[in-house]
Design a protein around this ligand. Structure first.
Ligand code: MN
Length: 325
């Protein structure tokens, strides 16, 4: 594993730098990407901030979000490339991998335990709350620029990936970083309104569908929902609308594992699973279907149709939940 000193030295000597995060970007992906990219730009570097997919609508308020370009698949002439929050290289997306194909050095900064430590310089910390937290530590320890826009982006990254500082990976260091950023002038209340109190009506329509259709099994210890293409069309869903819906499912007192199955445009099914009990490892279940993630939060892509995918996934999940008997 490469240290922040080693990664910092490469970034400081490089001039043309690509920065990217995973497909279907979430708050941690976009926030850590912008946090690092803006700092490098501030240092006078030629920075390419790229993502395979569009930034979801609920995150378009993030400062300097227009700096991000969608990957076009053309190899960039780069001294260094950085993959952020991306558990395996393929999750950067095909076009993004092609953009990075000629990069001199590939740096991999991530907090997913399943990360195989790909690239020339991997730095993986499975105990870190978020990649945003890791980027803050890198910038601080390497004396790299931290502007207000960078602080806002890293706050979004850390806040969303910790479920607003609720998940167990939230550590004293997490809160200390937020305290440091607030002392430097960060307005967290305004960001929280944008992040957690500003939803389009269609998101509540989706939640209504979820509450109507959720199903319990394994003595009410597992709750699941099948988000079908029909429901997406009926609610006029756009990417990002489902963010955090699973947290409502996992609220039920008897539940130890929650999973949402979602029809994908390519006919595949996305399973997103959460565990509330450290003994129940949803990343192990997802790994059986070629997926991965964290012990308490993981995902996989499965073959359709959605009902068949749900049936085989829930069977494996029920076996996993039996570990606590
Ligand atoms: Mn993350």
């Amino acid at each position: 594993m490469s240290s922040y000193d080693e990664i910092g030295a490469v970034l400081k000597s490089a001039q043309r730098i690509g920065v990217a995060a995973h497909v279907r970007p979430d708050g941690d992906a976009v926030g850590s990407l912008l946090g690092l990219a803006l700092s490098l730009r501030e240092m006078g570097k030629e920075v390419y901030a790229i993502l395979e997919d569009k930034v979801p609508g609920n995150l378009l308020f993030m400062p300097e979000v227009g700096f991000i370009r969608q990957s076009d698949g053309v190899a960039l002439d780069l001294d260094a490339a950085v993959a952020l929050d991306t558990a395996n290289q393929e999750r950067l997306g095909d076009k993004t991998c092609a953009c990075f194909a000629k990069a001199g050095t590939l740096i991999n900064i991530d907090h997913h335990g399943s990360n195989p430590r790909y690239g020339d310089m991997p730095h993986v910390e499975p105990t870190a709350s978020s990649t945003g937290q890791m980027v803050y530590e890198l910038l601080k320890h390497q004396g790299m620029p931290i502007t207000d826009a960078i602080r806002q982006n890293l706050y979004v990254a850390i806040s969303t990936d910790t479920g607003s500082f609720q998940y167990p990976a939230t550590s004293p260091a997490t809160h200390e970083i937020i305290a440091e950023m607030m002392a430097a002038g960060l307005d967290t209340a305004r960001l929280c309104v944008a992040l957690y109190q500003t939803y389009p009506a269609r998101r509540l329509e989706l939640m209504r569908a979820m509450l109507n259709e959720m199903q319990f099994c394994s003595n009410n210890r597992i709750v699941s929902w099948q988000l079908t293409h029909e429901t997406m069309v009926r609610c006029a869903m756009v990417p990002g609308d489902t963010e955090g819906l699973i947290d409502t499912l996992r609220m039920v007192d008897t539940v130890v594992a929650a999973v949402i199955f979602e029809d994908m445009p390519d006919g595949k099914i996305r399973a997103s699973a959460r565990s509330k009990d450290a003994r129940v490892d949803v990343s192990a279940v997802c790994a059986k279907f070629g997926g991965g993630g964290h012990r308490l939060a993981a995902g996989a892509r499965m073959k359709g149709p959605i009902s068949a995918a749900a049936e085989i996934f829930l069977k494996e999940l029920e076996n996993e939940v039996r570990r606590i008997d």
